[in-house]
Design a protein around this ligand. Structure first.
Ligand SMILES: [Zn+2]
Length: 437
């Protein structure tokens, strides 16, 4: 059993995660963290509490790993599952629900309760409404990461696994769940989602934080998903920081122990989000355009070096866009974008000016090869491919440029989208895709 708390203490106090391996581990191993408290590391972790009336489990992990999570828990306790708590309705947290229900059915114990915020059920309804869209964006987000089994639910063609039960215990603002002599104070706050729960467990001086803390830059900007809430997120971090928790249990990455250490990292995440919101709003209030704002608002590089603020999943530029979306409209301030020309029409016109789609392509490759601005090279190659959508040579260049762009980015979200674009063009150019799953 890995000593996860010793590891996180070393990483936080040392200020660097170098040499400690991935912090978001998916090994389906259980670690006992305190008397009657355990964590199974998985696509989302399951955090398990023993009570006098069975187990309470925060998050069920994804569909692909649910069974292994249950097996790991069974190696630690044979008590029945009394209640499952969803920290929110993302599929890496609710997808494993079926494995827990199946365990109860096989053992002929009562079906576990499922607790969560009232918006979890609305999310599930939305997933039904947008099933195809969600499959598409997940394919883009996780392209080339070899995690299909984790990213996608249990059934082919279905984003939300059918066995993921809606909460039968739903609440709006807060709820104290008392199970077998143990109290769980569930608190709602918006952050990554509008259905988030974090919990304070007084007798363990512990917080279950869900995805408010993910050992990565906060997922407050995801380009393909519905609105995130950086302001409320920061406020929730400050509320959690004030609890005096001795044990902090996020749904991804390592647990953290020690009241002062916990307070310090939570405040740092809050301050970083508050900075992005404040700076973006200041520009908005001056009448700046979105494009100018995303090129102006930054997070200090030394902050992004913190082992729990690295932009490896989401990134600050995307958060800026989400702040704009939260407080503004979709109009970005560029009047040509209000009612834009069709991409093909604009591409064809620019190709004509440049001397053809191949000329645009040549310039894009030149910029890339010279180590120039890949943002610019991507614009040019998009114009070229819009002008010549069936030209294999143009697509071969586009595939190369987006692969290079992918490799130059840090965040999984940018890597996924650029890598997916590269794959699209490899297919059009008739070149075999080494990343194809
Ligand atoms: Zn998650």
């Amino acid at each position: 059993m890995a000593d996860l708390i010793a590891l996180s203490t070393r990483v936080i106090d040392g200020g660097s995660s170098e040499g400690v391996g991935p912090l978001n581990r998916i090994n389906h191993e259980l670690s006992a963290l305190a008397d009657d408290v355990a964590m199974v590391e998985a696509f989302s972790h399951s955090i398990v509490f023993k009570t006098n009336d069975g187990l309470v489990v925060f998050d069920t992990s994804g569909a692909a790993g649910g069974t292994r999570v249950v097996e790991a828990i069974r190696g630690w306790s044979k008590e029945r599952f009394n209640t499952l708590v969803y920290t929110h309705g993302h599929i890496d947290h609710v997808g494993g629900c079926g494995a827990f229900l199946a365990d109860a059915a096989a053992a002929k114990t009562p079906r576990p309760h499922v607790a969560g915020h009232e918006n979890v059920a609305r999310r599930f309804d939305r997933y039904d409404l947008t099933n195809g869209y969600n499959l598409t964006i997940n394919a883009r987000q996780f392209r080339g990461f070899g995690r299909r089994g984790y990213a996608i639910g249990g059934e082919e063609g279905k984003f939300l696994p059918a066995a993921s039960a809606k909460p039968d215990i739903a609440y709006r603002d807060s709820l104290t769940l008392s199970v077998g002599g143990l109290d769980f104070d569930l608190h709602h706050a918006k952050g990554e989602t509008d259905d988030h729960t974090w919990a304070w467990i007084p007798s363990h001086k512990a917080i279950c934080a869900g995805d408010f803390f993910i050992w990565n830059f906060p997922n407050a900007g995801n380009p393909q998903k519905v609105q995130r809430y950086p302001v409320e997120w920061a406020a929730a971090m400050r509320t959690m920081a004030a609890q005096g928790a001795e044990l902090f249990l996020p749904a991804h990455g390592l647990p953290i122990a020690g009241a002062e250490r916990i307070r310090r990292v939570l405040i740092e995440v809050a301050e970083t989000l508050e900075h992005l919101v404040g700076a973006t709003l200041a520009y908005m209030n001056e009448g700046a355009k979105l494009n100018d704002i995303i090129h102006s608002v930054k997070v200090a590089p030394e902050i992004l070096e913190r082992p729990y603020l690295k932009p490896l999943y989401d990134e600050p530029e995307f958060v800026v866009r989400n702040v704009w979306r939260m407080y503004g409209g979709w109009y970005d301030g560029n009047p040509a974008h209000l009612k834009p020309a069709q991409d093909q029409v604009l591409g064809a016109e620019l190709a004509k000016l440049a001397g053809g789609a191949r000329a645009l392509t040549g310039r894009a490759l030149e910029i890339m090869t010279a180590g120039g601005d890949l943002r610019l090279a991507c614009h040019l190659i998009e114009f070229a491919v819009s002008a010549a959508p069936d030209d294999a040579e143009v697509h071969a260049a586009r595939a190369e440029i987006y692969q290079k762009r992918r490799d130059s980015e840090t965040s999984l979200m940018a890597k996924g989208i650029f890598g997916y674009a590269s794959g699209e063009s490899l297919a059009k150019a008739g070149i075999e895709d080494p990343h194809k799953r």
